[in-house]
Ligand binder design. Structure first.
Ligand code: EPU
Length: 421
């Protein structure tokens, strides 16, 4: 049965929140276990439903998996299947990164094409063309990508930077013969974390975090122990919760760089590094004009949360989404809570105009994707009255125990079964 959050707004928030390991690093690094027959041990692994799902897929393939608190150990000694099923892959498109490492080590991978999702079309042409350039034979059969062959190095020129595309190709290249150069690479910190983990497994990767990543293939990779970086998206989400509620939430298990996107977008925000943890403080009094872009630009994964913050800034703000064509589903929900936001569609981008400074009022709202869901909780925290956020399974994919973490700081969030629609 689906679950919902019932949020009573207007509570003063005070306390400490421990930030989890980065979802978008941990998911891919778990897949890197396919590249070796030795144990890969990941510390600071987040206990999220998406992590449990990738572990389920890896388990079905034959990977040994064990959890001990936040330590995840994986060993792909040998596989019993090369097929990642549609039923599982469709639930999390990020699992498409299994393709590169499985193909590189075993010479065969069968992964369901992920299909579109509520963010938009989500093509994988760059993943497939890059692997083809490395010598893979790729066929589509019954909705599955069947990739076979022995990989060699190649120069790859993606038409746009892609996070999972870059990760798939980097992992494939670690065991290919010769040198692979990925131009126009994505530069997200989570990709750097993956490359650092691969290097500690014996890979030869340079240039991670820049536009050009160079990988010199090696014969084999070995096991390693790696600590997942803190989740910068979770960090900024709690920082925004604190600013919007004028609270005192100290953030631990995170690092100063995790706030970079927040301070770049809202220069009035101050980050204090105290003995209790990091404290993000406003007030934010000046409207903003923000546009999402690949790293180091404004992250699309913070667009919804920043929009909620903008609803509380007097005057007008603008937010343009350029990465995903359908990522403003939170707007009508926020408007139901009293926000004044309008959206224009222009050349594939959505531009929201936010007339800020209006009070928010509690309402029943529906979560449509991970980041939209959390933005509705943020709105509920500073709204007058009660907000019911339904379909919170989206939220559990990327925020570990959000209700517990906020309730420990004085919030009033109750998780309950949702009435059937
Ligand atoms: N694109 C192509 N062809 C491809 C791949 C991507 O045209 O072969 C385009 C996409 O259509 C999109 C752009 O490139 O317009 C960027 O997409 P990207 O491939 O970078 O996205 P992704 O790798 O599928 C990851 C994150 C998303 C995050 C995006 C953008 C993971 C598991 N997912 O997705 O995270 O929004 O990068 O930063 O790492 C989230 O955590 O809430 C989330 C959706």
């Amino acid at each position: 049965m689906l679950e919902q959050f019932i949020v009573q707004g207007g509570r003063a928030l005070k306390g400490t929140v421990a930030i989890s390991g980065a979802k978008n690093a941990a998911l891919k690094i778990a897949c890197a276990a396919l590249l070796t027959d030795e144990w890969l041990v990941l510390d600071n692994a987040p206990l999220l439903s998406d992590m449990l799902l990738i572990c389920q897929i890896l388990d079905e393939l034959g990977v040994e998996i064990s959890w001990n608190g936040n330590q995840l150990s994986l060993r792909a000694h040998k596989l019993r299947s090369y097929r990642a099923r549609y039923d599982l892959v469709r639930k999390m498109r990020g699992s498409f990164v299994l393709l590169g490492p499985m193909l590189a080590r075993f010479g065969r991978a069968e992964i369901s094409l992920p299909g579109g999702c509520n963010l938009g079309v989500r093509p994988v042409d760059i993943h497939l063309n890059g692997l083809r350039a490395m010598g893979a034979n790729i066929e589509l059969e019954d909705g599955y990508v069947i990739a076979t062959g022995k990989l060699h190095g190649a120069e790859i020129f993606p038409h746009c930077p892609t996070v999972t595309g870059t990760e798939n190709l980097v992992m494939a290249a670690t065991l290919a013969t010769g040198r692979t150069v990925i131009h126009n690479a994505a530069k997200e910190p989570e990709i750097v974390d993956l490359c650092n983990c691969l290097n500690s497994m014996g890979a030869k990767i340079t240039g991670q975090g820049t536009d050009v990543i160079t990988i010199d293939g090696v014969d084999r990779l070995h096991g390693a122990t790696h600590r997942i970086i803190p989740d910068r998206l979770e960090t900024v989400t709690y920082a925004i919760a604190n600013i919007m509620t004028h609270g005192h939430i100290y953030l631990t298990n995170t690092e100063a760089w995790c706030f970079d996107a927040l301070t770049a977008c809202f220069p009035q925000v101050k980050i204090h590094n105290t003995d209790f943890g990091f404290l993000a403080e406003g007030p934010v009094t000046q409207g903003v004009d923000l546009t999402t872009a690949p790293h180091p630009g404004m992250p699309t994964d913070l667009q919804a949360q920043m929009m909620v913050l903008a609803t509380q800034i007097p005057g007008r703000s603008f937010i343009t989404e350029t990465i995903w064509e359908n990522r403003m589903m939170h707007v009508p929900e926020l408007c139901r809570m009293g926000a004044d936001i309008s959206v224009e569609h222009n050349d594939g981008a959505n531009r929201a105009t936010i007339n800020g400074g209006l009070p928010l009022y509690g309402a029943p709202v529906m979560a449509t994707d991970l980041r939209a869901s959390v933005s509705l909780v943020l709105a509920g925290l500073c709204a007058k009255g009660q907000t019911t956020v339904s379909r919170i399974y989206h939220l559990d994919r990327g925020y570990h125990a959000l209700d517990d973490k906020l309730n420990m700081c004085g919030a009033d969030i109750v998780r309950s079964k949702q009435e059937a629609a």
